[in-house]
Ligand binder design. Structure first.
Ligand SMILES: [Ca+2]
Length: 471
């Protein structure tokens, strides 16, 4: 350690703990199942760092994300139901596509913009997937810097977006801030590279409050892992990729400890939606894309030495939407008051306060623009009329609607509340805000090889309005 580094470290460790704003590290991975890591399946031996995070922190057993990528990320960033910010689906598919004319509306206040306003250094490193046109990029949504892939790693040449008349996806871009770095072909570098970038960001900003959002591309297919992880689990590339995500989380924790800022940093680890059939979602029913628990309930850990008690488990209903209100509160700020925010401040749950309860009277399960289920306490009613008690039947196997008509009536009324607020299907709720719509000509980050510069494909399904460069 140089003298200058020593002085910086000494200044940090000497600072009174309460006088400094906490740092936030939000790590998400893509498509990891509920029981793909040791804290949710004790037989797993290759996720020691996440196991440590759970032992030293808090493990959630009812953290809800969303059924698929873009909606999940919109909730994380805005504190709202994806439906409220019109990102429960893209302009013509369940998620945003390369060249999509929809994205996160620039008028939304993201958790990054909110924290930046409170003096935080902010960075997004990884998969954004809230719009790949410039006005939707992380650098336009409160992040000082961005590095990564603006959407999913499977949206690459050789694959065809749904309804795109056999036009292939453009080359997969690696972007820094608002500049194209290069085309990505081999994906093995993803997790290690993002981790290196993340550590550099933390090191650079260790003396000021920071917010690091680290949404990994892995473990979404096409699967990849660094050479030092391939073959290490003996269970195939998927699990090797999980092991590398675990390593990455460990490197982040070690960096915070080395810099002596762990005691002032909240680290949250999440998956963005339920696991695919290759994942382990046990004991939940369903997979990614479903509103059964296996589609939306995700592994979730919180770690903050000295502030989040060790080894606790919370079964309260919490969700991606709680990130913004919670980080805002911990940073001494407030969520926006000029618009509806659906999430809750869960500081009291993180701190393990006695009787810390969820703020959700009811939690609603949307897929695309359709309302498909509601949960209140242990009860979950699907719109097809099936009712489950999740405390007794987490796997949603035993429909007990007939035996519980009063509960069904109560939850049906909740569904009506959501329909009147957020809408359902073609009925647009009055309290829904519009998606961002690209103003300029649509563009790909890298043109398809035979494109000769023309615009991306227009949406083929009728949507309200029309894209600015359709045709
Ligand atoms: Ca996903």
């Amino acid at each position: 350690m140089t003298r200058r580094e020593w002085l910086a470290a000494a200044a940090v460790s000497a600072a009174p703990a309460q006088s400094k704003l906490p740092n936030f590290v939000l790590i998400t991975c893509d498509d990891m199942g509920y029981a793909d890591i040791e804290p949710y399946d004790a037989s797993i031996s290759y996720t020691p760092n996440l196991a440590r995070m759970a032992k030293e922190g808090l493990r959630f057993t009812s953290w809800y994300a969303a059924p698929v990528c873009s909606p999940s990320r919109s909730a994380l960033m805005t504190g709202c139901y994806p439906k409220r910010v019109s990102l429960s689906f893209g302009s013509w598919h369940a998620v945003l596509m390369p060249g999509d004319w929809h994205g996160l509306n620039p008028s939304e206040i993201t958790v990054a913009r909110l924290l930046k306003g409170l003096g935080y250094a902010t960075a997004c490193i990884g998969k954004w997937h809230l719009g790949d046109q410039l006005e939707f990029m992380p650098t336009r949504h409160g992040f000082d810097s961005y590095y990564g892939v603006p959407y999913s790693n499977d949206m690459r040449p050789g694959t065809t977006p749904p309804g795109a008349n056999n036009l292939q996806h453009p080359p997969l871009p690696l972007v820094r801030n608002e500049d194209l770095l290069r085309e990505i072909k081999d994906q093995d570098f993803f997790t290690a590279d993002y981790t290196r970038e993340a550590i550099q960001f933390i090191e650079r900003n260790r003396t000021k409050p920071f917010f690091l959002y680290l949404p990994h591309n892995m473990v979404h297919g096409p699967l990849a892992a660094g050479s030092s992880f391939r073959g290490t689990t003996g269970k195939g590339l998927y699990h090797d990729s999980v092991a590398e995500i675990d390593w990455s989380a460990g490197e982040i924790l070690k960096t915070l400890e080395r810099l002596r800022i762990a005691g002032n940093t909240l680290v949250i680890f999440l998956s963005d939606n339920g696991g695919t059939p290759r994942a382990n979602n046990k004991p939940l029913r369903g997979n990614k894309g479903s509103v059964f628990e296996g589609g939306m309930r995700v592994p979730a850990l919180a770690w903050w030495p000295g502030r989040v008690p060790k080894g606790k488990v919370s079964g309260e209903i919490v969700s991606n939407m709680d990130i913004l209100p919670t980080f805002a509160n911990l940073a001494g700020g407030k969520p926006p008051t000029d618009r509806r925010i659906d999430g809750n401040d869960i500081t009291h749950i993180l701190e393990g306060k006695p009787k810390a309860a969820s703020g959700y009277d009811a939690f609603f399960f949307y897929h695309s623009n359709r309302l498909l289920a509601v949960r209140q306490g242990p009860w979950k009613l699907h719109v097809n009329g099936t009712l489950y008690n999740l405390d007794a039947d987490i796997g949603e196997t035993n429909d007990i609607a007939n035996q519980n008509p009063a509960i069904v009536a109560q939850l049906t009324a909740k569904l009506e509340q959501a329909r009147a607020d957020l809408g359902d299907g073609t009925h647009e709720g009055p309290n829904v805000r519009p998606p961002g719509k690209a103003k300029g000509p649509l563009r790909f980050w890298i043109q398809r090889p035979k494109d000769s510069g023309h615009a991306p494909h227009a949406p083929v399904r009728a949507v309200p309005g029309s894209p600015p460069s359709a045709g």
